[in-house]
Design a protein around this ligand. Structure first.
Ligand SMILES: Nc1nc2c(ncn2[C@@H]2O[C@H](COP(=O)(O)OP(=O)(O)OP(=O)(O)O)[C@@H](O)[C@H]2O)c(=O)[nH]1
Length: 200
């Protein structure tokens, strides 16, 4: 069984949980009463391979995104960096997150997806699609705009694509030390990610 670990990063309210819940359950839930970091588990099969997926979704209220950038940026095999297309501050935050991932994981060539979400709110758009695309080009990561409210397929494709890149990258890195050493995992989850674990 392949273990794949993903982390969603981005500013508070950017739409991280909405994207993740859409991917895991196909549903869009308007409000989430979450005040803690969450680790979601999912088994799935991609290209005939059984995968054990763990996805970390930090809650901004618990200072989660700060934690993951300070300590366990090495935990994840791939990242989804989320901003809200109707909030320029969230785009600037995403830019800074991309830089920090790059600094910390330069050698590993870790797959990253920059995601502009809330595409349905295009009347209130503050970040044009081209800006997102060129930032992604600059930072050599993938890019997509989505709407968790309106589009399941786009989000599902995004995660599938990221997971494929992660699998390729892990194959490529085989033999080298995997960044997220399994010995420290339990400690990492308990200390940094809080104790909530969810299976969907
Ligand atoms: N219209 C619209 N609203 C969205 C979309 N995605 C999320 N929202 C709303 O935006 C708000 C914040 O979404 P969350 O998914 O909780 O954002 P988050 O990044 O997880 O926020 P924190 O948990 O605070 O870090 C919620 O009210 C969602 O319903 C979208 O695609 N379209």
């Amino acid at each position: 069984m392949n273990e794949i670990k993903l982390a969603l990063l981005g500013s508070g309210g950017a739409g991280k949980t909405a994207i993740l819940v859409r991917f895991l359950t196909k549903r869009f839930i308007g409000e989430y009463a979450s005040s803690a970091n969450s680790l979601y588990h999912k088994r799935l099969s991609i290209d005939g391979r059984q995968l054990n997926l763990e996805i970390f979704d930090p809650c901004s209220q618990s200072g989660g995104s700060r934690c993951i950038l300070e300590e366990p940026v090495n935990w994840a095999d791939g990242f989804v960096v989320v901003y809200n297309i109707s909030d320029r501050m969230s785009f600037l935050h995403a830019k800074s997150v991309l830089r920090q991932i790059k600094e910390a994981r330069e050698e590993s060539n870790v797959p990253v997806f920059l995601v502009g979400t809330k595409q349905d709110l295009c009347n209130a758009r503050q970040v044009c699609e081209e800006e997102g695309r060129s930032l992604a080009q600059e930072e050599r990561c993938h890019f997509q705009e989505v709407s968790a409210a309106e589009d399941y397929l786009g989000i599902s494709n995004l995660f599938t694509k990221l997971i494929r890149h992660v699998m390729d990258n892990l194959k490529h890195c085989a033999g080298r030390r995997r960044y997220s050493g399994s010995k420290s995992m339990a400690k990492l989850i308990n200390n940094v990610f809080g104790k909530r674990r969810k299976s969907v």
